[in-house]
Write a protein that binds this ligand. Structure first.
Ligand code: AMP
Length: 420
């Protein structure tokens, strides 16, 4: 036997026996996005590498360490998308969305690629769904978006999760705060882990995410919080977001140490975390990004968005037993007795399918007994055996698999029977 080739580390197969769960969730997502009048967009799996270094941020983990980049034959650097907001913004600018309407509400769904260290809930190819609102600088749009994410997890029946919000202020003010943070933490830099030392100059906000107990202690004791360094405008904006959330009975907690990993956020940010997931507990995250469209060459357009992981959602839903244990049923299984009836029987199968009923049949020329076992395994509602007798009389016995009861029906009336 030749050597088997295995899947790439950090990737997985979604098997036919499991996919119905994904489809169930995907269908619900689509219907919830419609309720909020968001329209779907699909962008390419790969983009020019500079799109991500310019948007996500050169010094972020994603761009620095995790991108799958390659040179194509024209020596252009391309990257398998590590996130989708940058692609959506690129498309928004390229297709002059702004000229079509001053507001756009968009959602997406698809695979992303990051070369992270694989662990439970963290993969190298993973799926995200998410949405963006372009064209509103008002807290109503922040809250519409948070409400959408909140409604998704609520309608999917998930129980053990919490919404956290914070604000990063506007870029200019944030830069001032970053200087204060650096000054306050500088005396303790030498005591920090290697990763934090590395991030100190280039992405100091991420020090809040460090899990090292010593670094955590330093941060708790000495790091000033951005929430105490907001301008009056920024404070008012955050207050408006909170009061609208209260009005809609959306429960949240404020996490003043949440910074999110990407560079482009301004003002409000949020995350939904599951209590079922261990260390990779973020189900979804997002926030406002007022400068990104302009940074990528478009006209100034305020925007807000979120992205959510599918795998973590599926794991959390499994843990809460939210899936029925079965895939879709088959309407009818047709057992074909022998080669003399095969042609006619296949024609009958086709006609039943044409009428909108699902049919399966044996493709291995097995015994009728084996075919009936198969009908049971495939959870067929009904079964029929077609042999010479049936073709001669023009009638078949349709057996109800659950009760074992059979009813004689004319071959040209099988569709009527199934339609009742
Ligand atoms: P991010 O784009 O990093 O803000 O991530 C948004 C959401 O995508 C997270 O809350 C996770 O649910 C999911 N996610 C991010 N990275 C991964 C990964 N490597 N594997 C699985 N899910 C991920």
């Amino acid at each position: 036997m030749k050597n088997k080739i295995k899947s790439v580390k950090g990737t997985y197969d979604l098997l036919p026996s499991e996919i119905y769960k994904w489809q169930e969730v995907e269908n619900k997502l689509r219907s919830i996005f419609s309720l909020y009048n968001f329209l779907e967009i699909r962008t390419p799996i790969f983009e020019k590498s500079k799109l991500f270094s310019r948007s996500v941020g050169e010094f972020t983990d994603i761009v620095n360490k995790e991108m799958y980049s390659f040179l194509d034959k024209g020596k252009e650097s391309l990257t398998l998308r590590p996130e989708l907001t940058a692609s959506v913004v690129r498309s928004y600018i390229e297709h002059n969305f702004q000229q079509i309407s001053s507001i756009h509400k968009i959602w997406y769904y698809g695979p992303l690629f990051r070369q992270e260290k694989p662990q439970a809930g963290r993969y190298r190819q993973f799926y995200q769904f998410g949405s963006e609102i372009f064209g509103s600088a008002y807290p109503e749009s922040d809250v519409e978006l948070i409400d959408l994410a909140y409604t998704i997890y609520t309608k999917l029946g998930l129980k053990n999760w919490t919404l956290y919000i914070n604000t990063l202020g506007k870029k200019e003010n944030r830069n001032k705060y970053i200087e204060i943070l650096k000054e306050s933490l500088f005396p303790y830099k030498d005591k920090m882990c290697a990763n934090c030392k590395n991030r100190f100059d280039k992405n100091i906000l991420r020090l809040f995410d460090c899990k090292n107990s010593n670094c955590k202690k330093i941060m708790n004791e000495y790091a000033p919080l951005i929430i105490d360094h907001l301008s009056n405008d920024e404070k008012d904006y955050f207050e408006e977001v909170k009061s609208l959330l209260d009005q809609l009975n959306i429960n949240y907690e404020i996490d003043p140490t949440m910074v999110r990993g990407l560079d482009y956020y301004t003002n409000m940010i949020f995350e939904i975390r599951s209590e079922n997931l261990g260390s990779q507990d973020a189900l979804c995250g997002g926030g406002r990004y007022n400068n990104l469209v302009e940074d990528l060459g478009g006209k100034f357009t305020p925007a807000v968005g979120f992205a959510a992981g599918m795998e973590r959602l599926m794991i959390a839903m499994e843990k809460e037993n939210l899936f029925k244990n079965e895939s879709e049923e088959l309407d009818i299984y047709i057992a074909i007795m022998n080669k003399n009836v095969r042609n006619k029987a296949m024609q009958i199968v086709k006609e039943i399918r044409n009428n909108g009923h699902s049919v399966d049949m044996d493709l291995q020329r097995r015994s009728v007994k084996a075919m009936m076992r198969e009908a049971n395994k495939k959870r067929a509602k009904y079964s029929i055996v077609i042999g010479e007798n049936e073709l001669q009389s023009g009638e078949v016995n349709i057996k109800t698999m659950e009760s074992g009861k059979a009813k004689t029906v004319k071959i040209d009336k099988i569709n009527d029977f199934l339609s009742v």
